[in-house]
Write a protein that binds this ligand. Structure first.
Ligand SMILES: [Zn+2]
Length: 342
């Protein structure tokens, strides 16, 4: 088993100064694409499932897909993460299934839509930290809200993270990782032109990192929405409007300032859709799903490999031995919620 905790994965990334892509999955082809890319580039990786994914695939199927992944790719360190948990109950159910990391998104109420107050966020996140750390499981919190809506999650409203509040939030909750809102959004339509450092509010990341040097920062909504992927979709009958994502070089700047987890979902969706549209257009007589799912899987793998190289995680798959969940639980007990990174 090479299922590791996200905490260990991010601690190691911090030590060596790289970022780790967190890719969303709903099905077999996505799991295979990500794991194959990890093997090809020798990368540790985070695989994450939203509530929508758990509902779509069914928890048991998702868990066993992940178990299969660790059997087929034993040399790859992989963390299994609950993306945007809407309540302590959702996080608890993920921990019970065997996820090694959970996100408690208390920036929104449990409907996943209404922006929540600071005190509410602190309370639910602290509750999840107590419960998760007892099991050795990592916790990601979120402060500020992203724009856009993904899998029904999001208020559509942007509230940038306030660095003073971030310090208080981390100290009061004990989270291992903090998702910060810097102006990115979920989905394909992030920006109407290429965003620069100002539009991306990179100074927020820099300031939070200076004040919380041992907290791992997380960038959500960080697909780059490459024009070549959008063009393939549109060439074969799709209708994606002109749009811009987060440039890879800006993510690399973030990595220099404490960003350790980078969430990428849209880029894989775009790659798969383009490949499937192309396959349909090229041979309308084909009706074997493998005919279009194989190129879709290959296209997703290509995107993931490119991100793994760009984020710097490539080559680090076998740097360390996994710490078991019970051993991690002992560390939290002995050192407190905010572990000393050694
Ligand atoms: Zn997100």
């Amino acid at each position: 088993m090479a299922l590791v905790t996200m905490r260990q994965l991010l601690d190691e990334a911090a030590k060596a100064g790289y970022g780790v892509g967190a890719f969303n999955v709903n099905n077999l082809e996505q799991v295979q694409a990500i794991m194959e890319a990890a093997r090809e580039t020798q990368s540790p990786v985070i695989i994450q499932a939203s509530r929508g994914a758990r509902k779509y695939a069914n928890d048991r199927f998702l868990y066993h897909l992940m178990e299969a992944a660790t059997e087929v790719y034993p040399e790859i360190s992989v963390a299994l993460h609950q993306d945007h948990g809407n309540s302590p109950e959702t996080c608890k159910s993920a921990i019970d299934i065997g996820f090694t990391s959970v996100m408690m998104d208390g920036s929104l109420m449990d409907d996943g839509k209404t922006p929540a107050g600071f005190e509410y966020n602190v309370r639910v996140t602290r509750e999840v930290v107590e419960m998760a750390h007892e099991a050795g499981v990592t916790v990601e919190g979120e402060l500020g809200t992203l724009g856009g809506i993904e899998d029904g999650v999001g208020s559509g409203e942007v509230n940038l993270t306030d660095p003073d509040q971030a310090v208080e939030f981390v100290n009061r909750t004990g989270v291992d990782a903090l998702a910060v809102a810097i102006g990115t959004s979920h989905g394909a339509y992030k920006f109407t032109k290429e965003p620069d450092r100002e539009v991306l509010a990179m100074h927020i990341i820099e300031e939070i990192n200076e004040r919380l040097p041992t907290t791992h920062l997380v960038m959500h909504g960080s697909s780059s929405v490459p024009k070549e992927l959008v063009d393939i979709i549109n060439r074969y009958g799709g209708e994606i409007r002109p749009t811009w994502g987060v440039p890879v070089h800006e993510i690399q700047e973030g990595i220099k300032h404490g960003v350790r987890k980078i969430n990428v979902d849209t880029d894989l969706r775009l790659a798969a859709t383009g490949a499937i549209r192309k396959a349909f257009a090229e041979d309308p007589g084909e009706f074997d799903p493998r005919y279009y799912l194989k190129p879709a899987r290959a296209a997703m793998q290509q995107v993931v490999e490119a991100r793994m190289e760009a984020f710097g995680q490539a080559g680090h798959a076998t740097d360390y031995d996994p710490i078991s969940l019970p051993d991690m639980a002992v560390r939290y007990k002995e050192q407190g919620h905010q572990l000393t990174v050694t």
